[in-house]
Design a protein around this ligand. Structure first.
Ligand SMILES: NC(=O)c1ccc[n+]([C@@H]2O[C@H](COP(=O)([O-])OP(=O)(O)OC[C@H]3O[C@@H](n4cnc5c(N)ncnc54)[C@H](O)[C@@H]3O)[C@@H](O)[C@H]2O)c1
Length: 362
């Protein structure tokens, strides 16, 4: 591992950009060199908070720091992803490694291009798929590796936002949420990334989407409920339910994931908080982290990216890579296709192939 901290610039100083900047500043593997936002006040405010220079375009950042290692893109946009493509491509073109927020892009053609371009440039492209950077997720992977789950049978995922159909927060017409698939594209990348982390690639997708009557009556465009049935390549079947503020979640609250196998079953609740493991002859074992704040995933995920870049891992071994993020978007677009065709079974578009590295494969 290199001992010199990686020089990082954060692009897009909204709430999440500020969270990332704080993570870099507290991580010994990183040196936050500057912050950047096209809105001057946001850049200036963050610059003051972190004690680093402010910039107002990525071009200026790249010119000022030729030795920069990482561009961390925390812009948002329509469906929370339309402002990622441009800075990500510009940074890769300049030879920088890139971490971007999710969804990698709300546009599938752009997402594919970003992943291909990173591979062509031989740069790391990571995505903040932070929901599986947690103690319970590590514990779950341990259970799988120790063959304590066995052949996978089913998975159940419920995740979204608690609320009430009686008083949903109908967004204003200029909001990033006023598109039919805004919840699906902005958010389902998280549960799909968790499902794929534990069970691998998904081969079949079937979806229903809807919104409660109160949203319909107020002409809210967003389809706020997704009910998605999948099959994994390993033969396991899975179900994903997500909704954005239309109802209160029951068992498991806002975030629960259960994976059942022939030898044992685990369920993670509240993402970072708790894992329970059941097996045939024993009392359930509970692994409780005592952590309840979901924000704990950010420093863990960002540290993993810094660690992978510092260690120079093979490009294809990067954790939560652009390709992993693309996989989730392919599933989301397959779900949209299925919904638009009345619930037909859809095969997601294939992911780009791995070709291997001549320095590693002999
Ligand atoms: N991983 C998670 O848990 C999680 C949680 C919430 C949000 N997010 C993601 O984080 C991202 C940011 O969310 P947010 O709520 O902070 O968004 P935001 O809109 O509040 O902030 C984005 C900022 O980027 C700036 N910007 C846009 N284009 C730019 C460019 N080319 N160069 C420089 N600055 C630019 C905007 O001016 C804005 O200040 C979104 O993609 C969202 O999906 C992730």
């Amino acid at each position: 591992m290199s001992n010199t901290p990686l020089k990082v610039a954060v692009i897009g100083m909204g709430g999440i950009g500020n969270t990332h900047a704080a993570c870099h500043q507290e991580d010994e593997l990183a040196e936050l060199v500057c912050v950047c936002d096209v809105i001057k006040e946001k850049a200036d405010e963050a610059a003051e908070r972190f004690g680093v220079p402010a910039f107002y375009s990525l071009g200026e950042v790249l010119a000022a720091y030729p030795e920069l290692d990482i561009v961390d893109v925390t812009t948002g946009g329509l469906e929370n992803g339309s402002w990622h493509y441009e800075p990500v491509m510009q940074a890769l073109d300049a030879g920088k490694h890139v971490l971007t927020e999710k969804p990698i892009s709300n546009n599938i053609a752009e997402a594919r291009e970003m992943v291909n371009f990173a591979a062509q440039k031989k740069r790391y492209l990571g995505c903040n798929l932070n929901h599986y950077f947690s103690g319970p997720a590590d514990k779950a992977r341990e259970l799988i590796a120790e063959d304590k789950i066995g052949e996978q049978v089913y998975s159940l995922t419920k995740v979204g936002f608690n609320g009430s159909a009686v008083s949903p927060s109908i967004a204003d017409r200029n909001s990033r949420w006023q598109l039919p698939y805004s919840h699906a594209k902005a958010f389902l990348t998280h549960p799909f990334s968790v499902m794929r982390h534990f069970s691998g690639d998904i081969s079949h997708v079937q979806a229903f989407m809807d919104k409660p009557g109160v949203r319909r009556q107020s002409s809210d465009l967003m389809l706020s409920i997704q009910s998605i049935h999948v099959r994994f390549q390993n033969g396991c079947v899975g179900y994903l339910l997500s909704q954005r503020g239309d109802a209160h979640f029951g068992l498991g609250g806002w975030w629960s994931f259960e994976l059942a196998g022939a030898k044992g079953t685990f369920c993670i609740e509240n993402c970072v908080e708790k894992l329970t493991y059941w097996t045939k002859d024993k009392q359930p074992e509970v692994f409780d982290t005592g952590i309840t704040d979901f924000g704990a995933t950010f420093p863990l995920r960002i540290h993993a990216f810094l660690e992978d870049v510092s260690n120079g891992v093979p490009l294809e071994h990067l954790r939560a890579s652009g390709r992993d993020a693309l996989a989730t978007m392919e599933y989301i677009f397959a779900a949209i296709d299925s919904y638009e065709s009345g619930g037909q079974l859809v095969t997601p578009h294939a992911l780009p192939a791995f070709h291997g590295d001549v320095n590693i494969i002999h």
